[in-house]
Design a protein around this ligand. Structure first.
Ligand code: SF4
Length: 337
């Protein structure tokens, strides 16, 4: 049985028009589900009965909250159990500018980034669009509050699940649905050039973040195996094409003590980025194991100031969540033991 949350509004429209009805009736049901939060078709009042019956074979089954962890800053980590008993996680971060949720796009991940707990949990399957949508809905229900931002930066490589990802983006952006502005949505990729180029033509101005994390091919390959397949040259060619479409990117850079946080690294990073219209987000490593360490505050600031003083648009991410297993994949890993 397919899940009702997998459908975009366009798909609702197509199903009703293929059966001789007006697309407006598809819009109506879509709005009931997302605006009125109905959980059964019978709760859609004043909707054409024939239109409703077309969705009888879709279920409203949701994912269930298995565990919740909170920290003193108001950040919340959800462990969700899917219908097939797989576990995924999302983190709600309580920022000064609103609550943002970091969602998961795959059960496990095949990209194998060495600094990432999720990389140790091989991909089992892709999430459906509905399973992504439901992470947002369930978190909002739990919080009894609206989320202001969605970030696809949890477990999984979003561009390795491209079709489902883009359907999810259309559903949460839809003005008759969750209605989250495209500028409030960010997709983060470890760098799949063909998908970066395809994403540039998506008719949604969603933010794109690229996980760079190293400035030479040998170092990047050693911590991000994807670099063996698509090296820095290919990645930056794709970024340049993306930027010609009038888009901007954020470059994510995890600071790993003694690995990529030296002045030579900062200098090479500057060389790679100084001609690009981009933001740089420095992320102090969130210790998930003993392979890597986080640079201390002074070391973080030194790297940050080097870039800032050279004119890059750079931020140093506030550390959060280390006491709620916020390194991606950690909570799920803990519960699989
Ligand atoms: S950092 Fe992202 S892409 Fe890399 S292994 Fe972890 S979840 Fe996958």
């Amino acid at each position: 049985m397919s899940n009702i949350y997998d459908l975009t509004r366009k798909e609702f429209q197509n199903i009703v028009t293929q059966n001789g009805l007006n697309k407006f009736q598809g819009d109506q049901i879509f709005s009931f589900i997302y605006r009125n939060k109905v959980r059964k078709l019978e709760e859609c009042f004043n909707v054409n009965k024939k239109a409703l019956s077309l969705f009888n074979d879709y279920d409203f089954e949701t994912l269930n909250i298995d565990k919740v962890e909170k920290d003193s800053l108001g950040n919340i980590k959800f462990l969700f159990r899917l219908k097939d008993n797989n576990l995924i996680e999302s983190v709600v971060m309580n920022q000064s500018y609103g609550k943002s949720i970091c969602i998961t796009t795959q059960v496990g991940c095949n990209m194998g980034c060495k600094f990432c707990a999720s990389g140790k949990l091989k991909k089992i399957r892709d999430l459906t669009p509905g399973e992504m949508v439901l992470q947002v809905i369930k978190a909002e229900e739990y919080l009894n509050d609206k989320l202001s931002y969605v970030v696809c930066m949890g477990i999984g490589e979003p561009f390795d699940n491209y079709l489902n990802l883009t359907k999810f983006l259309y559903i949460i952006n839809d003005p008759k649905g969750i209605s989250l502005g495209a500028r409030h949505i960010t997709v983060s990729t470890c760098g799949i050039p063909s998908k970066i180029i395809e994403f540039a033509d998506l008719d949604l101005q969603v933010n794109l973040a690229i996980s760079l994390h190293a400035t030479t091919n040998p170092l990047r390959t050693s911590i991000m195996p994807i670099n063996k397949v698509y090296n820095l040259d290919e990645l930056f060619k794709a970024i340049s094409i993306y930027l010609t479409k009038g888009r901007r990117v954020t470059i994510e850079y995890i600071l790993l003590k003694g690995v990529n946080d030296r002045e030579t690294d900062a200098n090479r990073l500057l060389g790679l980025l100084k001609h690009l219209d981009c933001y740089v987000n420095l992320i102090p490593y969130n210790d998930a194991d003993t392979t890597f360490q986080k640079p201390n505050h002074d070391e973080q600031m030194r790297f940050y100031k080097y870039l800032r003083d050279a004119g890059l648009n750079v931020t140093l991410r506030k550390e959060m969540g280390s006491n709620i297993s916020a390194a991606c994949g950690q909570l799920r890993g803990n519960n699989l033991a």
